[in-house]
Design a protein around this ligand. Structure first.
Ligand code: ATP
Length: 243
């Protein structure tokens, strides 16, 4: 099967900086595959994700998405670190916002919103304002909004880094449950290597200046995985040693 995402010879420069953030970067992501991108602070993880999201334009190279065009869904859904819910809209309306412009009837939109709120286990909170939600609920709201457009590729930029450790573990497990149900490609940025190994099918390590992929590690651990297991810790340590 052809990869869903093909990144070829990608380079990105900010302004007139002489050194690109990354250069000549190649990456393939298969349909249904969950990949995590890790790397030190400032190495270029978010920039790469923003390029794939279409929010930043690469200086050189290409990004192609191998997806069926369809006006009832979008190719990509994006989840940011802070959830990015609009404070003047209730949760339901925030989730519905991304559906603007899609060729869906009002009933279909409503059904979509209900479905993703249910997936994110937020049905009961649908009429709350963002300030009435916990940090973890806001993040789940961000995930629901991204899923509402039925993306082929879900892009997540350190989505759990602003919540406490216990909430983070719950969110990781909820994300995996959603992924099992929806089976889409995920590109997940994190600086937490254990999180990457716990979640992903593949962990890609970005390093250097300009950055490039210094390790592309398949994670063969059976699911469900056990946090803190020797095998998981060892893989995480091996990956950390490449940084
Ligand atoms: N608007 C900008 N103008 C110039 N340089 C920028 C801009 N945004 C980011 N950078 C630089 O580009 C590099 C990559 O930034 P990026 O945010 O992609 O890194 P990151 O790996 O996601 O970091 P972190 O894990 O700390 O979020 C950094 O050195 C950063 O300082």
């Amino acid at each position: 099967m052809a990869p869903i995402l093909n990144i070829d010879h990608l380079s990105y420069h900010y302004g007139n900086n002489s050194t690109p953030v990354f250069a000549d970067l190649d990456l393939r992501v298969e349909k249904d595959e969950f990949i995590a991108v890790v790397g030190g602070s400032g190495v270029g993880k978010s920039t790469l994700l923003r390029c794939v999201a279409g929010l930043a334009k690469a200086s050189h190279g290409t990004i192609s998405l191998n997806v069926e065009e369809n006006d009832t869904r979008r190719s990509r859904g994006i989840v940011f670190q802070d959830g990015r819910l609009m404070p003047w809209r209730r949760l339901r309306s925030n989730v519905a916002y991304g559906l603007k412009g899609l060729n869906l009837t009002a009933e279909e939109k409503q059904a979509r919103v209900n479905d993703v709120l249910k997936l994110a286990r937020l049905e009961e909170l649908a009429d709350r304002w963002p300030h009435q939600l916990s940090g973890g609920q806001v993040q789940r709201g961000g995930i629901a909004r991204a899923l509402a457009v039925k993306p082929h590729l879900l892009l997540m930029d350190e989505p759990f880094s602003a919540v406490d450790a216990i909430t983070r573990q719950h969110l990781q497990d909820q994300l995996l449950a959603i992924w099992e149900k929806t089976r889409k490609a995920v590109m997940f940025i994190t600086h937490d290597i254990e999180e990457a190994v716990y979640l992903a099918d593949r962990v890609v390590v970005l390093s250097g200046s300009p950055a490039n992929i210094v390790l592309d590690q398949r994670i063969e651990l059976a699911r469900p995985r056990r946090r803190g297991s020797d095998a998981l810790q060892k893989l995480a340590q091996d990956i950390a040693n490449t940084l």
